[in-house]
Design a protein around this ligand. Structure first.
Ligand SMILES: Cc1cc2nc3c(=O)[nH]c(=O)nc-3n(C[C@H](O)[C@H](O)[C@H](O)COP(=O)(O)O)c2cc1C
Length: 200
């Protein structure tokens, strides 16, 4: 395990580390939720209703976390959801996620707004899932789907809740915009953190 991950003991620890590591606008982008956070909160509460039911004195010598999805076996029953512009928060971030998922045997869905061309993210050391925001005309949709298929993706995820751009009020509060515009606030967020002096 890399030394810098030794203090990461749970998924929540990543969030605390990311808050210290990333410039504020970028942490704001990754962590932000819609508007007042009502949907985020009720999703959290819905997931919290699930619980493991421990069963003692059961033979666990042959248990497995593996699961099958669309004809392929995965090591664990979860994967990485599509996240746009991940290369802003780590060097070639989309590729880091695709490769880590391939190494771990879990699915990773390449975002339609990845900053890295889809051709560099597919294949044995990458992902075979692609997420598309469908363009406005049948011709553009056909061209996109042809490229996705030709690249070798086997699974297509279509995001349908983006018919109009959302109200990015929390992005604005954090000083984030896409494309990222240079500003004093961004530079301050960049250099002011934990001895961290820039992404590039
Ligand atoms: C920083 C960030 C970027 C995202 N980018 C995309 C995207 O490019 N395409 C997409 O379909 N969903 C995107 N999503 C939505 C996630 O894939 C996911 O559906 C959503 O966050 C709900 O899952 P969660 O409750 O586990 O966060 C993004 C979410 C976050 C937090």
């Amino acid at each position: 395990m890399p030394h810098r991950l030794e203090h990461i003991l749970s998924l929540n620890d990543f969030e605390r580390a990311a808050r210290r590591h990333l410039p504020r606008p970028l942490f704001g982008y990754v962590t932000s939720v819609a508007e007042d956070g009502i949907t985020s909160q009720s999703s959290r509460e819905a997931f919290d209703k699930y619980a493991f039911l421990p069963r003692a004195l059961v033979n666990v010598s042959g248990v497995s976390t593996e699961t099958e999805l669309f004809g392929r076996r995965y090591a664990y029953p979860f994967g990485i959801a599509p996240m746009g512009i991940s290369a802003l928060t780590a060097y070639r971030g989309d590729q880091v996620l695709a490769q880590a998922a391939a190494d771990s045997g879990i699915p990773m869905i390449v975002s339609g707004t990845s900053l890295i061309p889809m051709e560099e993210l597919s294949g044995a050391k990458g992902s075979d899932w692609f997420q598309a925001y469908l363009p406005g005309t049948p011709e553009e949709i056909d061209a996109l789907l042809a490229r996705v298929e030709q690249t070798g993706f086997n699974n297509l995820v279509v995001t349908v809740d983006y018919a109009v751009p959302p109200n990015p009020e929390n992005h604005r509060r954090a000083g984030f915009s896409s494309p990222l515009r240079p500003s004093l606030r961004l530079a301050w967020g960049w250099y002011g953190r934990d001895g961290y002096s820039g992404l590039f």
